[in-house]
Design a binder for this molecule. Structure first.
Ligand code: FAD
Length: 475
């Protein structure tokens, strides 16, 4: 058949994994084509994920902080919310970043083909071209022949089959559109994405209920971190219903009437103006005709890979959300680099000792490496060092001393194997813990590192000193 383009490396999907892989591939001298169905690069993360959520969370965090200033003798009036302008700000942040990516692709001579790609065989992809702002198919098709391919087709929100189709029932993408501020909102799913959006909308004035099937929020975080978050946020939400699932929903004139089952379930259905479904994400593996290329996709839609990001087909790689948990942008980026390097013939491996997680809520909750629960479950003997922010001059000066910093050390080797931080800026602070774990630092290395005073970052050094039993900033 006819071939419209040829390349050494074809990358399918332009999220953080895909664009990172394509840029590294081009930097390594390989001719590279990047296929993306949407009009902008950046995937979920830049367009409908990490970045827009943080633009909104920053705004609402400032709103919340301003309210506390009256305690310092500074008073402001009630906020006046111009929702169109707030949406515009969020969109301008996305535009700046996606525009930057387009420029970077061009500078590297990465060819971007806009359309929906599917494999024809192990060396050809067919792309149905798309147009408009979104993903409108044109019916026009192009065929690309490649030597190597990197699958980076990402994931999408899980749907709850019993929910009716209604504009008031949305996923994270719909919630980020910020169409209006609902009076009453239900968030189904108490994971990071659900809690971040609940934080934004509650500050904007919505009364919010959260339903979570498990017995705790923020699965994956150490329980003591989450407890601090929960205590601080006790007044923020109307009901946090644990061990509870939404079981039925009816579209009514005055809202969506939702019934619940489980320990926290109210007896009556509750009516909401907006229902956010945030119950997880599912990989796009079944939508790319991977079988035509001989690439194995498991029953859930994940593409299995080895530690060089190779699928079962030697010259086809896969990266990012489509290869498995944790579905996080920074994991996708690093995997993308490995795939491109291996495609170029380098001996690269994805062998990270840790992949950090952050809930950018208020306070933030961040963790890296092993949690205490994981150590216990795996039977790893550990020691810990804890520094409560109630003893941090900076946290007290900031008026936010509810948090703590915890480091976890292997009891035998004394090296750091994990850490968790809850408090303002925890997401930025966890970076030092990540580096310490990768470098195999022990408590002496961290404790003897001079940290600037007075900072929140100091709490990492002080937690290490606490682990050594000689923190002079603690009683
Ligand atoms: P994606 O970003 O999913 O990109 C895949 C791309 O491939 C998409 O652009 C899609 O259009 C395209 N595509 C798929 N199939 C085809 C096809 N057949 N043809 C052409 N194009 C195709 N992660 C963090 O690390 N930090 C955060 O703060 C964070 N916040 C988040 C907040 C929200 C609300 C959400 C939803 C996610 C968040 N994430 C966050 C997760 C993060 O967005 C993902 O882990 C990341 O985007 C995965 O990158 P990826 O490259 O694997 O795929």
């Amino acid at each position: 058949g006819k071939v419209d383009h040829e390349c050494e490396v074809l990358v399918l999907g332009a999220g953080p994994g895909g664009y990172s892989a394509a840029f590294r591939s081009a930097d390594l001298g390989m001719s590279t084509i990047l296929i993306e169905r949407y009009s902008t690069l950046g995937g979920v993360c830049l367009n409908v994920g990490c970045i827009p959520s943080k633009a909104l969370l920053h705004t609402t965090a400032v709103m919340d902080e301003v309210k506390t200033m009256s305690k310092h003798g500074i008073s402001y009036g009630a906020p006046k919310i111009e929702i169109d302008q707030l949406r515009g700000y969020k969109n301008s942040v996305i535009a700046k970043l996606t525009g930057g990516l387009a420029g970077m692709a061009k500078a590297r001579k990465v060819t971007v083909v806009r359309g929906l790609g599917r494999f024809l065989d192990a060396n050809h992809v067919e792309v149905e071209l798309t147009q408009g702002d979104g993903q409108d198919l044109t019916g026009q098709k192009e065929v690309i022949r490649f030597q190597k391919a990197i699958i980076a087709a990402g994931s999408q929100p899980v749907k709850l089959p019993f929910l009716p189709e209604d504009s008031r029932i949305v996923d994270s993408t719909g919630a980020l559109l910020l169409k209006s501020i609902p009076k009453r909102m239900l968030v189904i799913g108490g994971g990071i994405i659900g809690l971040e959006m609940a934080t934004v909308y509650s500050t904007l004035g919505s009364r919010i209920d959260i339903a979570e099937m498990m017995d705790g929020l923020m699965a994956g975080a150490d329980r003591d971190l989450e407890k601090v978050w929960e205590k601080f946020n006790a007044g923020r939400f109307e009901k946090i219903m644990l061990k509870t699932r939404a079981s039925k929903a009816e579209v009514k004139a005055d809202g969506i009437a939702v019934s619940f089952e489980g320990e926290g379930a109210p007896t009556e259905p509750q009516t909401y103006d907006l229902v956010l479904v945030a119950v997880g994400r599912t990989p796009n593996g079944k939508k790319i005709d991977a079988a035509a290329a001989g690439v194995v996709v498991d029953e859930r839609g994940f593409v299995p890979v080895d530690n060089q990001m190779r699928t079962n087909v030697n010259h086809i790689f896969a990266i990012g959300d489509i290869v498995g948990q944790p579905m996080l942008a920074h994991k996708a980026v690093h995997e993308g680099h490995v795939a491109a390097e291996v495609a170029a013939g380098e001996k690269s491996y994805f062998d990270a000792k840790q992949i950090p997680s952050v809930a950018y809520t208020d306070p933030e909750v961040a963790w890296a490496g092993l949690t205490e629960e994981q150590c216990k479950a795996k039977g790893i003997a550990y020691e810990k060092g804890l520094f409560p922010w109630a003893a941090s001059g900076r946290a007290i000066a900031n008026g936010r001393d509810e948090g703590f910093t915890k480091l976890i050390f292997d009891a035998t080797s004394k090296r750091i194997i994990g850490g968790g931080i809850v408090g303002t800026h925890a997401g930025d602070l966890i970076g030092e813990v990540c580096l310490a774990i990768e470098m195999g630092a022990d408590a002496v290395d961290i404790g003897k590192t001079i940290h600037p005073h007075p900072t929140l970052g100091e709490s990492v050094g002080l937690a290490a000193e606490a682990a050594l039993g000689h923190c002079t900033d603690l009683p």
